[in-house]
Design a protein around this ligand. Structure first.
Ligand SMILES: CC(C)(COP(=O)(O)OP(=O)(O)OC[C@H]1O[C@@H](n2cnc3c(N)ncnc32)[C@H](O)[C@@H]1OP(=O)(O)O)[C@@H](O)C(=O)NCCC(=O)NCCS
Length: 173
């Protein structure tokens, strides 16, 4: 596999990649759940509001950095680090035609190491929709630790992992 070149990019470049991906949308995911599960989630209104607030805050968060992965000078993916209360939150996307070839894994490993070297960050949050099996496989492969959900709504709607900068098999940039 060719090695990616990784460098900082402007956040406006993300949209070119996001527009090409079809990630599991929260409303579609909700509709896919059995009615009794949706009912149980909705009973805890406070928890649902808190989760929606978290999602909104992530969308509006300021970036600590956005790193692009380049292959032969073309941008094929990115990892962004958004400023959050406790630890930076990771978002990652790779262009669809490059999925499943190890690029997401390489990008994430190396960016985590770069952020650790550049900013001294040693822990990252990785929040994922429970239906996003590839993203879950990715973070678990890199040693992400699943956090205990605070309530039923969180258990069903969002999985939160904590990823350490000490990912095995990564040398500094
Ligand atoms: C999630 C994403 C970044 C993964 O990038 P990728 O380059 O496709 O992933 P990789 O090829 O590096 O694979 C990472 C792991 O996922 C698993 N995986 C890859 N493709 C898979 C598939 N189709 N089904 C199940 N698992 C799969 C493998 O276990 C792999 O681990 P391994 O290296 O130990 O074999 C990419 O699929 C993507 O951009 N998806 C759309 C956006 C998105 O969902 N972002 C995450 C939001 S939290």
């Amino acid at each position: 596999m060719k090695r990616l070149e990784i460098r900082e990019i402007g956040p406006e470049k993300i949209i070119n990649i996001s527009n090409r991906n079809t990630t599991v949308r929260m409303d579609e995911y909700l509709m896919s759940l059995p009615k009794d599960v949706i009912g149980k989630i909705m009973m805890d209104r406070g928890a649902v509001m808190e989760l929606m607030g978290r999602l909104k805050a992530t969308l509006n968060a300021e970036y600590i950095g956005v790193y692009g992965g380049f292959l032969e000078d073309g941008l094929i993916g990115y990892v962004s680090l958004a400023r959050c209360d406790d630890m930076p939150e990771i978002q990652i996307e790779v262009l669809p035609e490059y999925h499943g070839q190890g690029f997401g894994s390489e990008l994430l490993k190396r960016v985590v190491r770069m952020a650790s070297d550049d900013f001294g960050i040693d822990r990252f949050k990785y929040v994922v929709n429970p239906a996003n099996t590839v993203s879950i496989a990715l973070v678990e492969t890199l040693g992400g630790v699943l956090q205990e959900p605070k309530n039923y709504a969180e258990e069903m709607l969002l999985k939160t992992y904590v990823l350490s900068a000490e990912v095995p098999g990564v040398q500094g940039e």
